[in-house]
Design a protein around this ligand. Structure first.
Ligand SMILES: [Zn+2]
Ligand SMILES: [Zn+2]
Length: 363
């Protein structure tokens, strides 16, 4: 579950990421204060906004929020500015309807221009929640397959870097994984390539969820004729039993990720605290430090070499709606302070290799 929002299409290849800013090894700026702001760009069509100073996050991470596209590209990127994002996530239409957004050429041109002015930050497109490629019901599966194909094309036209898809659900795991894989092949075999890169997301373990274990994602990915990566949601993983709150727990998680994916396949992290205690299988996100994981445990996880250069997206509650950035800024500030508090060496796997897709993006 996450905050709502949307977008997508086919066009020139997304431009390669700008190089990550130099890693902030020992000198993170002080915690973000809303008063420490600079004037926003003056050439945007919306009124100039006051923009939080951007932060060089550790581990070459890009950090942003799930943003609403309501109101069009200028409004979307104003939300981006107000939160000091260096990446963002959006939906490609209403997440709870089957309708895929169709953007006009003008809309897309405005979107590209606004994005370009911000240095072409990474874009994560999120597929709608209705999709279940592993459904027992033929109709739902067929509709999910057709909609996923449309969303992929939409994300490509938009120039998104990633398209995130939740693993589906099915009462029988083996059969569900098989249907999921077959559905992906039917949807995307003739369509998908490295841009956008399809990412499979782990799940919390609610009713018949597939994908609580990294091995589920690995099984599905192994048989696909197009490239894929992984989106790792911290709330979902915690609900599935992974413990972020101790060094031993984080090391165990890192080992599980390496066993399933190797060292370089987690391209996006959904950074959410969890409203329920570990292992409950409840997909309820909480603001950082208002759940059972805590910002410092999450910051320690984000220092993992497995996540170097990853895109980090908060899907934390926005209680006052998409146009009030205060909840998002509070989460960003908590993460920032947690990084300062966990600067000392955090035990983690030693990883030296660099992965296929991330090497490509860093060239
Ligand atoms: Zn969720
Ligand atoms: Zn998520």
């Amino acid at each position: 579950m996450g905050a709502p929002k949307a977008v997508g299409a086919h066009s020139p290849r997304p431009s390669p990421f700008p190089r990550p800013s130099p890693e902030a090894t020992g000198s993170l700026p002080p915690p973000l204060r809303i008063s420490a702001i600079k004037q926003g760009p003056t050439h945007v069509s919306e009124p100039a906004v006051r923009v939080p100073a951007s932060v060089d996050w550790p581990n070459s991470l890009r950090v942003g929020f799930h943003l609403s596209i309501a109101g069009g590209p200028a409004r979307l990127f104003r939300r981006f500015d107000e939160r000091g994002c260096t990446a963002f996530q959006m939906f490609l239409g209403s997440p709870r309807s089957w309708e895929v957004a169709v953007w006009s050429d003008d809309w897309l041109a405005a979107f590209r221009e606004e994005r370009c002015r911000r240095g072409s930050p990474p874009i994560v497109a999120h597929t709608r929640y209705l999709l279940n490629l592993a459904s027992r019901h033929d109709e739902v599966r067929a509709r999910s397959i057709a909609t996923l194909r449309a969303e992929y094309r939409s994300a490509a036209r938009l120039g998104a870097d990633f398209l995130v898809l939740h693993m589906g659900s099915h009462p029988e795991r083996g059969q569900g994984l098989k249907l999921m894989q077959e559905g992906l092949i039917r949807a995307l075999a003739e369509v998908a390539g490295p841009h956008p890169l399809l990412l499979l997301e782990n799940t919390a373990g609610e009713a018949n969820d597939l994908g609580t274990a990294p091995a589920d994602l690995a099984t599905v990915r192994a048989g696909l004729p197009f490239p894929t990566g992984v989106c790792w949601d911290t709330c979902h993983a915690f609900q599935a039993g992974f413990d972020f709150t101790t060094a031993a727990g984080r090391l165990g998680l890192e080992r599980a990720l390496v066993r399933a994916f190797g060292t370089d396949e987690v391209a996006v992290v959904h950074l959410n605290d969890a409203m329920f205690p570990r292992g409950r299988g409840r997909d309820r996100h909480a603001a950082l430090d208002q759940g059972h994981i805590g910002a410092e445990a999450l910051a320690a996880f984000l220092r993992s070499p497995l996540l170097r250069g990853a895109t980090v997206i908060f899907e934390t509650p926005q209680p006052d709606g998409p146009d009030d950035p205060s909840a998002d800024l509070a989460n960003r500030d908590r993460l920032h302070r947690a990084f300062l508090a966990t600067r000392s060496d955090v035990p983690s796997l030693q990883v030296t290799s660099c992965g296929r897709w991330r090497r490509c993006l860093r060239r």
